[in-house]
Design a protein around this ligand. Structure first.
Ligand SMILES: Cc1cc2nc3c(=O)[nH]c(=O)nc-3n(C[C@H](O)[C@H](O)[C@H](O)COP(=O)(O)OP(=O)(O)OC[C@H]3O[C@@H](n4cnc5c(N)ncnc54)[C@H](O)[C@@H]3O)c2cc1C
Length: 427
């Protein structure tokens, strides 16, 4: 016999989309249960970028100072090493946001911070080690989810169920929502190597013929992403570890003295890149957002930001109807209408970069030279504001419109009558 919980909103998945949405709804006074299959947030290789538009949301929530006390790096200029040439690509210092930089913070710190904030609200219930296994469907409506927990099976019944369980979403698969795949010609190998204070600065990527390496500065180590052609990992393994280390050194020669730190294939994680989106993000009783609605490529490192913007828009649109315990298909459709355009534009851009730049570099054998239009970025600094805006703020930045039950706005006070004044007499 499974345990049954009744709530207003059940969220499957405690990633950036799920935790932010759960926090915003609980903050607005709505009872919410988040089910996360892992026991903690300490998983590596999940993307660590916190964009200026996400930081703006944190500012609007009144949490920015506290948030920025967590260890993080601030990057204001991003560039790429293409062959022998360094091209500065984005300059975030002119963005119309409070934080004019891209933050790098381990995702577990971000998720721990927002789950701690969520726990201040009695309506916030985060259940770890609770894996959603199926949906409870009554008629044509999703009435809840089934989950497996260490203490046995659990049924969570809710007015609305939201799939935030990432790109291999169980929820979207069980709901039978149709996926449109945009294809991805690349995969990524993640690993880390130690960092020294005199190492070169962070760049968006290092490109040489046939090889691309992205290196994220994590203070004590480099989080490295080696981009490979799709399905090539087995061949790389067969060539052996020495050959793999040589590949890394050829892109980043300053790693020569510590390439030996990579000595076991267990240290290297293959992340299969997917780019897709749902044709319809909802059905009665159910909505998908974040990667569950649209798996993002790592290009531009914008997936977390999009997941958070989805969460803000969803809370803005659904908090009021949820507080009245009535969600119609029109409400769910509004969420898709609001977020579908930014998703499609961003994915289109990612596909262009994957196909026109990354595939071209991986397939090239001669010298890699920056295309003419990228050279313009070197000579015309004002151009660097365009990618900064696209990456840093995204296509349609969202703003927090939901209330905070712990800090309600002061009661309305009618303006006092103006005192009698000679100057206000009709002439
Ligand atoms: C190689 C790679 C690198 C990337 N790098 C970046 C980057 O640097 N910056 C960036 O912004 N984006 C990056 N992205 C994209 C980014 O990771 C995602 O877009 C973003 O994490 C989506 O957030 P989400 O909350 O929708 O899903 P996820 O982050 O995938 O979170 C889903 C959560 O649901 C949980 N879950 C899954 N199934 C279940 C279940 N059945 N029951 C309960 N819980 C479940 C998971 O454990 C997870 O915690 C990268 C993607 C890839 C593939």
């Amino acid at each position: 016999m499974s345990r049954i919980i009744q709530t207003r909103c059940c969220i499957a998945g405690g990633g950036p989309a799920g935790v932010m949405l759960g926090y915003l709804l609980a903050r607005a006074g709505i009872d919410v249960v988040i089910l996360e299959k892992h026991g903690d947030f300490f998983r590596d290789f999940r993307g660590d970028t916190i964009h200026p538009s996400t930081l703006e949301v944190v500012y609007e929530l009144g949490l920015l100072d506290e948030f920025l006390r967590l260890p993080h790096q601030e990057i204001k200029e991003i560039g790429g090493q293409i062959g022998d040439e360094f091209i500065p690509l984005a300059d975030t210092t002119h963005l119309p946001t409070h934080c004019k930089f891209l933050g790098f913070m381990p995702q577990w710190d971000f998720l721990n911070f927002f789950s701690e904030q969520g726990r201040k609200y009695p309506q916030f219930h985060l259940m770890m080690e609770a894996e959603v296994t199926d949906l409870l469907i009554e008629g044509n409506t999703v009435a809840g989810v089934k989950a497996m927990t260490p203490s046995g099976e659990l049924e969570v019944r809710a007015t609305l169920n939201i799939g935030c369980d990432g790109r291999s979403s169980t929820v979207r698969e069980r709901a039978g929502l149709q996926v449109k795949s945009l294809g991805a010609p690349i995969d990524v190998l993640w690993f880390r190597v130690s960092r020294r204070p005199d190492d070169p600065g962070q760049v968006l990527g290092r490109f040489i013929p046939g090889k691309i390496l992205v290196m994220l500065n994590r203070d004590e180590y480099w989080q490295c992403a080696f981009v490979i052609r799709k399905g090539m990992f087995d061949e790389i393994r067969q060539r052996g570890m020495d050959s793999f280390r040589d590949d890394i050194i050829s892109v980043a020669p300053f790693l020569k003295d510590r390439a030996h730190e990579i000595n076991d294939w267990e240290q290297i994680k293959l992340l299969t890149v997917l780019v897709d989106h749902l044709r319809k993000w909802y059905r009665p009783g159910l909505l998908c957002i974040g990667d569950a609605a649209h798996a993002m490529s790592p290009v531009g490192g914008v997936g977390i930001n999009l997941a958070i913007q989805d969460a803000v828009a969803t809370a803005n649109i659904l908090a009021h109807p949820l507080s009245e315990n009535y969600i119609s298909l029109t409400h769910l459709q509004q969420v898709q209408w609001r977020r579908e355009f930014p998703t499609k534009v961003t994915q289109w851009g990612q596909v262009q970069v994957q196909e026109q730049i990354l595939s071209a570099v991986l397939g090239s054998e001669g010298q890699v030279k920056p295309p003419w239009f990228l050279r313009l970025f070197k000579n015309l600094p004002v151009l660097r504001r365009i990618p900064a805006r696209l990456i840093g703020m995204g296509v349609r930045p969202e703003h927090v419109r939901t209330p905070d039950i712990l800090n309600p706005p002061p009661p309305y006070q009618a303006p006092r009558e103006a005192p009698f004044s000679f100057w206000h007499l009709p002439r």
